[in-house]
Design a binder for this molecule. Structure first.
Ligand SMILES: [Zn+2]
Length: 205
């Protein structure tokens, strides 16, 4: 960890948390979703955060953080798994557009977590190209101690934390911004049943 304060990243995080609270309280503002905002952004974008999240239709970053056009640079893949195309997309948001915060957001009851746990317990890997997901998540499956909910949570959080660590060290462009204190990278879990975002890093809690 460097001595930099990631001041911009923390300001962005505060913005996301405020939007989350509004949405949870049923007081979403739905700001930045009108023609004036569209016009403002016609030739420029400056999103204040990048978010890598799952493709699940119930875990939509712009909605759960109450943000609008141009606010968030969002990349979505199943289980928030990051391959080369995701890395390049992140570099666009972080190096080119200079978003000061990257959130890696998994969610409860994720199909990739569930498939990986089933696979670890002996089920066949997913068919077709879907094997990419069981391959990526199965190494993080924790032992069965008789509490399926906890097992899924622990597997999911271990997987998200590993993505966070990988991305903090992603050479050359992302790591350079982390090392310079210009990019804060945090993990989060969106809870489908409650709408709550749980922050995984102490620095973000
Ligand atoms: Zn998912």
């Amino acid at each position: 960890m460097s001595n930099h304060t990631y001041a911009e990243g923390h300001a962005s995080l505060a913005e996301l948390k405020a939007g989350q609270e509004r949405w949870l309280a049923g007081q979403a503002r739905h700001a930045h979703q009108d023609a004036a905002r569209r016009a403002e952004l016609a030739t420029i974008q400056k999103p204040f955060a990048a978010i890598l999240s799952c493709i699940d239709s119930r875990a939509t970053p712009e909605i759960v953080f109450d943000q609008g056009l141009g606010d968030l640079f969002v990349i979505r893949s199943a289980g928030a798994i990051a391959d080369r195309v995701v890395h390049a997309s992140l570099e666009f948001g972080i190096h080119v557009l200079q978003a000061p915060l990257l959130v890696v957001m998994g969610h409860t009851d994720c199909g990739t977590t569930n498939a990986a746990i089933a696979h670890a317990d002996g089920a066949d890997p997913l068919p077709g190209h879907l094997t990419v997901f069981t391959d990526a998540v199965t190494p993080f499956v924790v032992p069965d101690t008789g509490d399926p909910k906890k097992r899924a949570w622990d597997t999911l959080t271990a997987h998200v934390k590993s993505i966070v660590e990988d991305l903090r060290g992603l050479e050359p462009l992302v790591k350079a911004r982390v090392d310079a204190g210009q990019l804060l990278v945090v993990g989060a879990i969106y809870e489908l049943a409650t709408g709550q975002v749980h922050w995984l890093d102490e620095s973000a809690a």
